[in-house]
Write a protein that binds this ligand. Structure first.
Ligand code: NAD
Ligand code: TYD
Length: 345
């Protein structure tokens, strides 16, 4: 099988490429990535020489390039991770989110239609469902009620996928996962940002009172689920993929501090939490939680890595890869950080 993986130089995409090459000896992978601020070739350094792996630098919204690639490579399947993925950036400027997440997805769908791929996996998010109160969980039937430009662009892409399935029979399957964490996550997201700040002796900026709830999923559990959906999922379906692990943000940050306090390399640190004015305002979803009974009964998938274990592994990885962390942070990151966190940073 030859698969096109888009956004393979990002967090989940690079973990997925590692997963695929480890688990499928005879698969070939082409990674199409634009190398935005979030994409790093360093994430795949160890597979560069693998004859089953090929990297192509390019934009999924570039119709000509995408069409040429499909024609030349004759993909059996597509897994579309490529996206602008950060809520705070989408509030600062939605335009690149529309360009990549909406238009880019449509360009890929069109190529999949023209070149008749057998499977198109759209990597979506629980954020398309909007926000929950204290109780309840989203099922695959829950209405799409996105609140941030990021979530709206992902919901739009999901609807295009549905339409390409209905109108043209493109064999699309959508996965909607909850918040992932693990190695190679860019330090704009909660967990790696807190780890980095703690290591750099900076304060840990918690939005509002830190009461918002996210459902945390170790990235390797997500990769296993996506792999199962790719091989055995039913076309036209949506699958929720959650960690069954709801935590308030402040609990997550405290758990990171606790791990650092007990680690021989970091026990000298004294991380300080700072509660800051919420930069997301009304677009800040209060709570996400997913009902994952569908993927459990259809494909036998359940998360395997506990939050305690996954978070320890994650902190260990960042401690062992501080050079990676510093290499992915550029002047652009400092500028972005200043915009969101301002004097609070
Ligand atoms: P990321 O920001 O770490 O990586 C995105 C990758 O896409 C980068 O390598 C970037 O260079 C590439 N990219 C961006 N625009 C592109 C374009 N126009 N053409 C080609 N490549 C482009 O993102 P991530 O956290 O790995 O998320 C991957 C996917 O999973 C996204 O679609 C996201 O919406 C979805 N998702 C993420 C999470 C999460 O917790 N991180 C949860 C649910 C769903
Ligand atoms: P994030 O990792 O950006 O994921 P998402 O918004 O897509 O769920 O944020 C997770 C939660 O952490 C969210 O409620 C916002 C909060 N948060 C902070 O409190 N401080 C921060 O510096 C960041 C990046 C996030």
């Amino acid at each position: 099988m030859k698969i096109l993986i888009t956004g393979g130089c990002g967090f989940i995409g690079s973990n997925f490429i590692h997963y695929v090459l480890r688990h499928h000896e005879d698969w070939q992978v082409v990674n199409l990535d634009k190398l935005t601020y979030a994409g790093n070739l360093a994430n795949l350094k160890d597979v560069e020489g693998d004859p089953r792996y090929k990297f192509v630098k390019g934009d999924i919204a570039d119709r000509e390039l995408v069409s040429r690639l499909f024609q030349e490579e004759k993909f059996d399947a597509v897994v579309n991770f490529a996206a602008e993925s950060h809520v705070d950036r989408s509030i600062l400027d939605p335009s690149p989110f529309i360009e990549t997440n909406v238009k880019g997805t449509q360009v890929l769908l069109e190529a999949a239609r023209q070149y008749k791929v057998e499977r198109f996996i759209q990597i979506s998010t629980d954020e398309v469902y909007g926000s929950l109160g204290e109780t309840g969980k989203f099922t695959e039937e829950s209405p799409l009620q996105p609140n941030s430009p990021y979530a709206a662009s992902k919901a739009a892409a999901d609807l295009l996928c549905r339409a390409y399935y209905k109108a043209y029979g493109v064999p699309v399957i959508i996965t909607r996962s909850s918040n992932n964490y693990g190695p190679y996550q860019f330090p704009e997201k909660l967990i790696p940002l807190m780890i980095r700040n703690a290591l750099a002796g900076k304060e840990l900026p918690v939005y509002g009172e830190g009461k918002n709830v996210r459902d945390w999923l170790y990235v390797e559990d997500n990769c296993r689920a996506i792999d199962l959906v790719l091989e055995r999922g039913r076309v036209g379906e949506v699958y929720n993929i959650g960690g069954n692990c709801e935590k308030r943000n402040i609990e997550v940050v405290n758990a990171i501090c606790e791990i650092l306090k007990n680690h021989h390399l970091t026990q000298h640190l004294t991380p300080k939490i700072r509660f800051i004015k919420d930069p997301r305002g009304a677009a800040h979803d209060y709570r996400y939680a997913l009902d994952c009974s569908k993927i459990k009964s259809a494909l036998g998938w359940e998360p395997q890595v506990s939050f305690e274990h996954g978070l320890k592994r994650t902190v260990e990885w960042y401690l062992a890869n501080q050079a990676w962390m510093e290499s992915v942070i550029t002047g652009e990151y400092q500028e972005y950080y200043q915009k969101v966190y301002g004097a609070n940073g």
